[in-house]
Write a protein that binds this ligand. Sequence first.
Ligand SMILES: *Cc1c(COP(=O)(O)O)cnc(C)c1O
Length: 235
Amino acid sequence: MMADAGDLSPDIRQNIGAVKARIDAAAQEAGRDPSHVSLVAISKTHGAARIAEAIDAGHALFGENRVQESETKWPDLKAAHPHVRLHLVGPLQSNKVKRAVQLFDAVETVDRPKLARALAREMAAQDRRLKCFIQINTGEEPQKAGILPAAADAFIDQCRDEFGLEVSGLMCIPPLHEEPGLHFGLLAEMARRNGLDQLSMGMSGDFETAIRFGATHVRVGTAIFGPRAPLTVGD
Ligand SMILES: *Cc1c(COP(=O)(O)O)cnc(C)c1O
C-alpha cells in the first residue's frame, strides 16, 4: 500500500464531531443550551488544506493567533468560503491593526487603551464592525498578555465610553499549572458585573470545565487538528 501524508493526518471531520459531542454533553450536564456554546477551531500552524477539510466538514468558525501567518492562508480561504468567520486569539500589535481589521471578524485579545483606540478608529475607517473581547490576565502572569483583573472594570468602561468600542465579552488563558476553574469563575464574575454575556475560555485540555463555568466560546486546536509542530521564534 502506498503511504502518503494523508495517512498521518488526523481525521478532522471525525475530530470535530467528537469535540462537538463533548461540548453538547458538558453543556447538558451544566443545564445549559448546547447551542449557546460556539466552537472556535484554532488552526494556527496548520496549512490551508487541513483547514479546508474542516470547512468541508461543515465547520465555519476559526481562530488564529498571528496576523502574518493568517494572511498566508485566509484571504483565499475566505474568498472561497465567504460564510466562514475568523477570530484573532493572539496578541495584536498596534502596527498590525489595519491588516487585522481587514481579515478578521473578531478580536479576542483587546487588552490596552492604545490598541482599543486604534481598533475603534480602524473599524470606522474600513466600515467594518469586528466583535471585540477584552482579554483578562486572570493569573496576573508578567509574561502573558491581557489586562490585570484590578484594572478590568475601568478598561471595559473606557472601551465603551471613550473609544465607542462595542464590547462583546471577555477572554482568558489560565496559567498552565493552576486549576482552570478558578480562572473561569473569576472571568464569569467579571463579565456578570460588567453586563457582558460572552465568555471565550477553555481549550483542548479544559473546555468542558469552561462550559461548566459559562463559556460561550471554546477555543480548541489540538483536539481537532492534532499536535502542532514545535514553536518557532515569534510565537
Ligand atoms: C493555541 C491556542 C488555543 C488552542 O489550544 P489547544 O490546546 O491546541 O486546544 C486556544 N487559545 C489560544 C489563545 C491559543 O493560542
